[in-house]
Design a protein around this ligand. Structure first.
Ligand code: GLY
Length: 425
């Protein structure tokens, strides 16, 4: 072959690769669009289901009951911010004014929560609702509500231990002992509200609390293999960690998959806010634990716990996990992990960046398939099936959950921006 023919052949090869890539990108954009359009259809139907309870306090879609009807929660349930948040992502992506109006209506219902101090969940509740409202349609009043919410969260900061107390108490599955200073891995998700509040006010104290909480969680809650304890009990007097146990996982030493997801997401977000490399490494190793685990099914949607029903893992005597022989997936853990992996891919390099992006893509394609995605008008009008809330408490087993939908939509939104080469924030 002469030189000219070689050059032509190489040029033709490069062109066909470029067309192939463009075609693949178009197909992924179409995948996102089809899922968002479907989800909007489901949620338009969801918007027609009435509020619940004689007092009308059940306003936020939460899950389904045994008979398949929608269960709705009060604004003080930890999941209350996800429905408005989902409406924000849908309306923003689709440019749909009617959905934006609904997002606003549901967000405004959340305002009284700004002074809630009874547990740590205010970050989930207010940042998914008002946080997204403020991001996509900023208003001074939203900022004020978010800052007040951050102040409420800070009332639970315990200086000696350097962490935010999650719950007021937890009765161990092993007997009757009630621990009065439990911190759960989920708490990492509440820190985003605090970082925001420091940026909004210029007051570093919110951020200092968030960083302290994340550092202590990294030391005391993340294990050497980069799985994590669901709960760590602290001593109120000394501020020292006492021991790790579980509330929603299979056993104290197991890896509860949603806890793993909260950790991957939380440490990735802390790296975004601080650029502290130890947060990045923690997020990456926790992500590797999920993606490389021998028990991760080939569709990358994790079992509810990586170690359920395995030798060496024993639930506490009072835990309902002792009675559950079937294994169940948790689509909510997979959706949250996908969203986190997409962000993590943007802070990672080379093979790792590719691994996290491909991992997220695989999860999204599984969740968007008929195996997990509901049919229009079915599944209580939630988007995803097959989540698991709390097997030890004998609740929410193999059901739709509002937060599975939220993180699925967030991940689709993020994926679309990555495909377009746009920054995530
Ligand atoms: N934050 C509670 C849960 O993940 O179920």
């Amino acid at each position: 072959m002469n030189r000219n023919s070689k050059v032509k052949l190489i040029a033709a090869f490069c062109l066909s690769c470029a067309f192939g890539l463009l075609h693949a990108q178009d197909a992924e954009k179409a995948f996102v669009k089809e899922n968002m359009t479907f989800a909007a259809g489901q949620y338009r139907l969801m918007l027609q289901t009435p509020v619940q309870g004689k007092d009308g306090k059940g306003v936020m879609p939460h899950s389904t009951r045994k008979d398949g009807t929608v269960s709705k929660a009060s604004i003080y349930m930890w999941t209350s911010g996800f429905f408005p948040g989902s409406l924000w992502y849908l309306s923003e992506y689709l440019g749909d004014k009617a959905l934006q109006d609904s997002a606003l209506v549901y967000t405004r219902k959340m305002e009284p929560v700004k002074s809630f101090t009874d547990n740590h969940d205010i970050g989930f509740m207010m940042y998914c609702s008002y946080g997204n409202a403020n991001r996509f349609s900023p208003q001074r009043s939203y900022r004020d509500i978010l800052v007040e919410s951050a102040r409420s969260l800070c009332t639970r900061y315990r200086e000696k231990a350097g962490v935010i107390q999650s719950w007021n108490g937890f009765r161990s599955w092993h007997g009757n002992k009630v621990y009065d200073f439990p911190v759960i891995i989920d708490n990492m998700m509440n820190l985003e509200l605090l970082f925001y509040a420091s940026r909004a006010t210029g007051d570093p104290s919110f951020r200092d609390i968030a960083v302290s909480h994340a550092r202590h969680t990294m030391m005391n809650q993340v294990r050497d293999d980069y799985s994590c304890f669901h709960i760590v009990y602290y001593d109120k007097e000394t501020g020292k960690p006492i021991k790790g146990e579980t509330s929603q996982g299979y056993s104290d030493n197991s890896a509860w998959s949603r806890g793993q997801a909260w950790g991957i997401y939380g440490f990735t977000m802390c790296y975004r806010e601080t650029k502290d490399p130890s947060f990045l490494t923690t997020a990456q190793r926790m992500a590797d634990f999920y993606l490389d685990h021998p028990n991760l099914p080939s569709d990358k949607v994790a079992w509810w716990d990586f170690n359920a029903n395995q030798p060496g893992y024993v639930p506490g005597v009072r835990s309902n996990a002792n009675n559950v022989v079937l294994n169940y997936r948790d689509a909510s853990a997979a959706a949250c992990t996908a969203s986190a992996l997409l962000e993590l891919s943007t802070y990672s390099e080379g093979k790792l960046a590719k691994k996290y992006l491909e991992g997220a893509k695989a999860i999204l394609h599984s969740l968007g398939s008929p195996r997990y995605r509901a049919e229009l008008g079915k599944n209580g009008n939630f988007i995803l099936m097959h989540s698991t809330g709390a097997i030890p408490q004998n609740g929410e087993i193999d059901v739709p959950l509002t937060y599975a939908d939220y993180y699925f939509l967030e991940a689709l939104y993020r994926y679309d921006r990555i495909l377009d080469g746009k920054p995530l924030f």
